[in-house]
Design a protein around this ligand. Structure first.
Ligand SMILES: *[C@@H]1O[C@H](CO)[C@@H](O)[C@H](O)[C@H]1NC(C)=O
Length: 396
């Protein structure tokens, strides 16, 4: 007969090993390089062994997508895609089919670029993807199609950030802003598209990049503000993310730590990327309301989140929306989170199984929150809610 101790010893041993590994993991999280791997997941390519210069692999027509390179101000080379609207493609079928395919050395020489640059009615989406993967991963290709479905003349420019896919360099908070700026400058200067015809689509990590880009451009003199922003599954900031993030939607990696707020705060001190989206967005909106810009620029913001998003809980969108709305109000009229919640519950449009939406309009812009019941973290990008959000930007 086995005694209690011979049964329990291995169990204690195993528990001890798991706890030991966990402590080692938390220790690793204080190392910047390891943090970068966890936050950006840029080495998790997902499109293993697939060449992102052959977009036909993801269901695109010959030369519907043009792969090209963009250079950032600090000398990195980013891999980018220009995705043509289907109707534009149809009208130029023969010319497009006749061109060479694959990575193009000079995008300006391509027919697709001319179709964007020379068409005064062309609309352009700057696309900022989330962590991990490449331009071709997961629900990104279907999400390009959801954006294209919004309106007949919507072009998309998307990039792999530095360190992702075949882009050079290593990701960082400041680096990703430079990458976004390189794309924005390409759209504004090289392609010569005015900001009224440009909008932003971003998901997950990309929302932090987009919010930071918008802030940077709005504070320039003169300011640049794009026609609209669609933010899918945003997060409030990295600090709040560490409390709630679940790896692969199931493993709440930091929950044991989050149970002790001071321990989590200590860990957060060591985490370099901050991505303070809620505050950056609020600061942009305050700037648009400032005397200097009052009634000169209009922001258009749509925040979309699925209730069944297990990677980033939709509470993050509630927090982002709260900060954005608060930024439209005077100090004396500021809402607490709960106050805004009760105000919203009266203003909300309920859509049954389709979720609900709430709209906040001021003289200087519009902020929408759309919560759907189904869509998880990535799948939602390919849904009609995205097409509608893009279409609404251009209707106003
Ligand atoms: C709301 O805005 C006021 C300024 O109008 C600011 O002092 C306060 O910190 C803001 N609160 C939140 C939660 O953003």
């Amino acid at each position: 007969m086995a005694s209690a101790s011979t049964v329990l010893k291995p169990i204690f041993g195993t528990v001890g090993a798991v706890v030991g590994l966990y402590i080692a993991f938390i220790g690793l999280l204080t190392i910047p390089t390891f943090q970068d791997h966890v936050i950006f997941l840029h080495k998790v390519t997902l499109t293993w062994f697939q060449d992102v210069s052959i977009p036909e692999q993801w269901g695109f027509l010959r030369n519907q997508v043009t792969p090209f390179h963009l250079t950032t101000a600090d000398g990195e080379t980013l891999h980018a895609w220009h995705i043509l609207p289907l109707d534009t493609y149809r009208q130029n079928l023969d010319g497009l089919r006749a061109e060479p395919t694959g990575l193009r050395n000079d995008i300006k020489e391509t027919l697709s670029f001319k179709l964007l640059k020379d068409d005064p009615s062309a609309r352009l989406i700057l696309y900022f993807h989330g962590a991990a993967g490449t331009l071709g991963s997961g629900f990104r290709p279907p999400s390009y199609r959801a954006i294209s479905a919004a309106s007949p003349n919507v072009h998309i420019l998307a990039i792999d950030y530095r360190g992702f896919g075949t882009s050079t360099g290593w990701p960082s908070e400041a680096g990703l802003l430079s990458d976004a700026l390189a794309l924005a400058n390409f759209a504004l200067d090289t392609a010569g598209i005015p900001p009224e015809r440009i909008a932003i689509f971003a998901q997950s990590l990309g929302t932090a990049v987009a919010i930071s880009l918008t802030h940077h451009l709005a504070l320039q003199s003169p300011p640049t503000l794009f026609a609209g922003h669609v933010l899918v599954a945003p997060f409030a900031n990295v600090e709040l993310l560490t409390e709630t993030y679940k790896v692969a939607g199931t493993v709440p990696l930091l929950s044991p730590i989050a149970f002790f707020p001071s321990l989590l705060a200590l860990l957060n001190k060591f985490i370099k990327p901050k991505f303070p989206s809620k505050d950056t967005l609020a600061s942009t909106i305050r700037h648009c309301h400032s005397l200097e810009l009052k009634h000169k620029t209009k922001y258009d913001l749509t925040i979309i989140h699925a209730e069944d998003d297990y990677d980033i809980p939709w509470l993050h969108s509630e927090i982002v929306f709260w900060h954005a709305v608060n930024a439209t109000r005077n100090e004396n009229d500021a809402y607490t989170f709960d106050e805004l919640h009760s105000v919203n519950s009266k203003r909300k449009t309920g859509l049954g199984a389709g979720g609900w939406e709430v709209e906040w309009r001021t003289d200087d812009g519009i902020i929408r929150e759309q919560i759907v019941k189904h869509g998880l973290h990535d799948r939602i990008m390919s849904y009609s809610i995205v097409s509608l959000a893009i279409a609404r930007i251009y209707e106003s």
